[in-house]
Design a protein around this ligand. Structure first.
Ligand code: NI
Length: 167
């Protein structure tokens, strides 16, 4: 297993659209293991393959308090959404920034698990937010994109300043 490098906003590679996984083979399973390890180490509640510069439709999430409920979504599709919630979100690609974003309150998602078995899951609250947030990454979208232009510019400036400090 290996810790993967997480791309930082506004890296243009975060804006690539991910391709469907044609076959869940050993490289895909290894990617899932490395992504899970990277997410837990960060620590974060979710990670999309896009964030580690692999443009495949793979997401890992663990929104549990006990950090032992790994959810793997391969080729996920939201088939139903209901209600509205606003919650402050963060992102491992946008460190230190938390902003409220509008999301569906409840979503039903179809996906494949790491064994290739299809499943359907209905999620609400934090888990529903995570699913929507991570699936946005697969579309080349970062939560910052929902904010006003002014906020986006401030966040870019702040992150570029952080980057210069660590360089
Ligand atoms: Ni994110």
């Amino acid at each position: 297993m290996a810790l993967l490098n997480i791309l930082r906003y506004p890296d243009p590679r975060l804006y690539k659209r991910a391709a469907r996984v044609a076959e869940i083979d050993e490289p895909v399973r290894a990617l899932v293991r490395d992504m899970a390890e990277t997410m837990y180490a960060a620590p974060g509640v979710g990670l999309a393959a896009t964030q580690v510069d692999v443009h495949k439709r793979v997401v890992v999430i663990d929104a549990s308090e006990t950090r032992d409920q790994l959810l793997v979504l391969i080729n996920p599709e939201i088939v139903a959404r209901e209600g509205i919630q606003y919650c402050e979100e963060g992102c491992l690609s946008v460190p230190g920034i938390y902003e409220a974003v509008e999301r569906a309150e409840r979503v039903t998602v179809h996906a494949l698990g790491v064994t290739g078995r299809p499943f359907t899951l209905t999620a609400e609250k934090l888990l529903a937010i995570c699913i929507q947030h991570e699936m946005d990454h697969l579309e080349g979208k970062v939560f910052v994109d929902y904010l006003s232009r002014l906020k986006q510019q401030r966040i870019k400036a702040k992150l570029q300043k952080q980057l210069r400090k660590t360089a």
